[in-house]
Design a protein around this ligand. Structure first.
Ligand SMILES: Cc1cc2nc3c(=O)[nH]c(=O)nc-3n(C[C@H](O)[C@H](O)[C@H](O)COP(=O)(O)OP(=O)(O)OC[C@H]3O[C@@H](n4cnc5c(N)ncnc54)[C@H](O)[C@@H]3O)c2cc1C
Ligand code: FES
Length: 274
């Protein structure tokens, strides 16, 4: 295990592949410089560190079964993310982690899965989708719901098509608006897709997206029959140290970085975060 030997110390990484997702978002495949392997579970995150610039938390977007690397899908919004997009100087890129609890895979096995994502929230769910497709056995049929602001802001466009074709997988997409008027799918928000799904009793769900999306999606899932204990929400709030030391990431009395970032909707509600 290359990473995680010392959670304070970034493991030196090199970017071996960059994929353009949208005008401001790219996926970076990062491999340990020492040739080691990053071991992690879907739903965990890394702290991206660029020497002389700073650090920020980023979800792991690849599956642990993909290879020795981690893939991070990063939106260029500020200092650290811009430095990564520019191409950090040799020797300045590091990752700390993997951090956080990840998805509870035992609670997802053997039942229909409903995965709901908005915007860049599809990144941690991509890790899970790729893992379920590769691991296969033990997992039930999967429904992926994905909402983006515009068609051009959708991530993983080629992969969305391959997921659609995968056995036991349904993909429903929705966009808020279509400036180019070329979108043939529905417009609206993720909760608007639930009308197509029917009842979901017995299903297990995973949700990740911008904060305003979480409560309406959880509510739609509950109305369709999924219990709050069976809904896992990956929270992407403010964070600093990532290891339970600085106190920047409290929701109620829970620390998102170490108790989360994945909480059941039941727990999130009891913490006052839903
Ligand atoms: C657990 C977790 C997982 C995340 N996963 C991803 C991911 O997979 N891909 C990705 O692109 N981003 C992800 N983020 C968000 C990412 O950490 C922030 O965008 C990042 O901190 C920006 O760092 P910066 O130095 O580039 O920007 P800064 O210079 O620090 O800030 C630039 C702008 O972004 C805003 N900002 C900073 N942090 C956040 C935040 N957490 N949410 C919303 N706005 C913020 C600031 O207010 C400011 O306007 C994740 C956050 C968390 C907590
Ligand atoms: S980010 Fe520092 S305690 Fe959670």
């Amino acid at each position: 295990l290359a990473a995680a030997l010392n959670l304070y110390m970034p493991v030196p990484m090199e970017v071996v592949l960059v994929t353009r997702e949208t005008s401001d978002t790219r996926t970076f495949r990062c491999q340990p410089v020492d040739g080691g392997r990053v071991a992690f579970a879907p739903g965990q995150f890394m702290i991206l560190s660029i020497l002389g610039v700073g650090e920020c938390p980023i979800s792991i977007a690849s599956s642990p079964l993909d290879g020795p690397w981690v893939e991070l899908t990063v939106r260029n919004v500020g200092r650290v993310t811009a430095a990564l997009h520019l191409g950090p100087p040799k020797g300045s890129l590091g990752l700390r982690g993997p951090l956080g609890n990840g998805f509870n895979l035992d609670r997802l096995k053997g039942r229909p899965l409903v995965l709901a994502a908005g915007g860049i929230g599809l990144a941690p769910l991509r890790s899970l989708i790729r893992f379920v497709h590769a691991a296969g056995e033990g997992f039930g049929p999967m429904t992926v719901l994905y909402g983006a602001r515009t068609p051009d802001e959708r991530l993983y466009r080629d992969e969305l098509e391959s997921w659609r074709r995968a056995p036991g997988t349904r993909v429903f997409e929705i966009v808020e608006r279509d400036p180019a008027a070329a979108w043939t799918g529905p417009t609206g928000r993720v909760p608007d897709l639930f009308g197509r799904l029917g009842r979901l009793e017995g299903a297990a769900a995973v949700v990740c997206g911008p904060p305003p999306m979480i409560a309406p999606v959880v509510s739609s899932l509950e109305k369709a029959g999924v219990t709050a204990a069976d809904i896992q929400v990956a929270v992407e709030g403010r964070m600093s140290c990532g290891i339970g030391k600085c106190g920047h990431c409290y929701i109620g009395d829970a620390l998102v970085c170490t108790d989360g970032p994945v909480f059941t909707a039941q727990r999130l509600r009891s913490l006052g975060g839903l």
